[in-house]
Write a protein that binds this ligand. Sequence first.
Ligand SMILES: Cc1ncc(COP(=O)(O)O)c(C=O)c1O
Length: 504
Amino acid sequence: MKDLHSILVHADDTIRTALERLNRAGWTVLLLVEADGRLVRTVTDGDLRRMLLENHDLESTLRALPVQAPHTVPRNAPADLILQSMNRCQIDQVPEIDETGRPIDLHLRRELDQPVLLSPPHLADEERTFVEQAFATNWIAPVGPNIDAFENEIAATVGMRSAAALSSGTAAIHLGLKLLGVEPGDRVFCSALTFVATVNPIRYLNAEPVFIDSEPDTWNMSPAALADALEAADRAGNLPKVVVPVGLYGQSPDMEPILELCDRYGIPVLEDAAESLGATYRGRAAGSFGRLGIYSFNGNKIITTSGGGMLVGDDEALIERARFLATQARTPAGHYEHHEVGFNYRMSNILAGIGRGQLQVLTDRVEQRRNVFERYRSGLEDLPTIRWMPEPAGHRSTRWLTAATIDLGGTDQDLPALVASLADAGIEARRIWKPMHRQPIFAKATYWPHHSGESVSDRLFETGICLPSGSGMTLEQQDRVIRRLRERLAPPSRIWRSSTLALG
Ligand SMILES: Cc1ncc(COP(=O)(O)O)c(C=O)c1O
């Protein structure tokens, strides 16, 4: 909701005052109100221009304006009906009034028309300097000072000794699994509730993924399911080569019991923190708990290089080998010498420059995303059907995406219909990841639920949704999402009805 104070004027105000207000507010409309705050009419810059052309001067008062009943919408009018009323009346702004006729908000067409995206890139000025330096010094290749610096800066940020900048998070997982010795026929245990990019690299290596369910507290890998899976594998003599826990939507898994279990069986952990850079668990950075960790800088992530990834670890020799494999495994010689198959997985110096600029604002981005979450939470706290992704003690989530489960039992809609109705209002929401054990491509894979008869990831998929969470979202955009959700989820008695729309 906007602070309308700066655009309120009274009949005794002069045209000069009104013009100054418009100028300061940077808007094209003022709200003329009675002494008791009730709305009399809107005043546009065109109205003021016409007054001057009709021989009023700058000191004339607004009392000279013709009486004109304002087009308004009542409290909590839904977005699509506000747009309809704008179209019908051919206006680009419409005030929302309360039951007493006092203005409480002002809706602008440009805000309603603009889509609210799930997680768009948010760049500032810091990136430009590094990228311009790369151009100026002609370091455009996948080598250069930005790459070295970005690696060092990420390693320092997350508290690991070493980092390798790569072309994507997927590439980082692929190399990480290879470095940890995954070979054809090996088994890799990984989170069932994740994006497919966690699992595809297992298949690149002709290894077999085994899916571990989530637990309700973090939505991430269930230590109970992992314990069951490891115990059974130990008995059968087919322990996995690597365990890959994923930090979903900006939150670390409960790493302590996971590491304890993996240590007990001597299995290395590759932490997929693609979505959780900036999060902490027991005071340490998400992604820094395993033998190796990975981050993604894809365009939708909390910081981005447009596309890119990072492999981190404390074993410097292992990370150096990742750099070697990522540049076609070229053995140092006076010519092109190759003893094994390599990859073209290195990040470019230009993109590393964007990454360095983005890293400088990571802390701000975390705060901004957490604020978005908090605004949703407080704006919808009276709706008990929404249950937010928990943030247990010891965890600090970035709230990369605000995620929640929604009980639609008392309504006539299902989750796809809810997502579609948000899309109709220009709001991009997404369902929670469809768990990997339900994907046709992995139909034959083994799956370990949280407890026998209780699959947490299935329940989350059936009821879970991610809301627009970009760090650059305006308050108005956040309010649009809240308003639309309220329209769809509030009990019928509280929903504003279109027949009450007041137009002028
Ligand atoms: C959980 C998870 N793992 C891996 C990836 C892969 O990262 P990238 O897109 O940089 O390849 C992503 C995101 O895209 C992800 O969300």
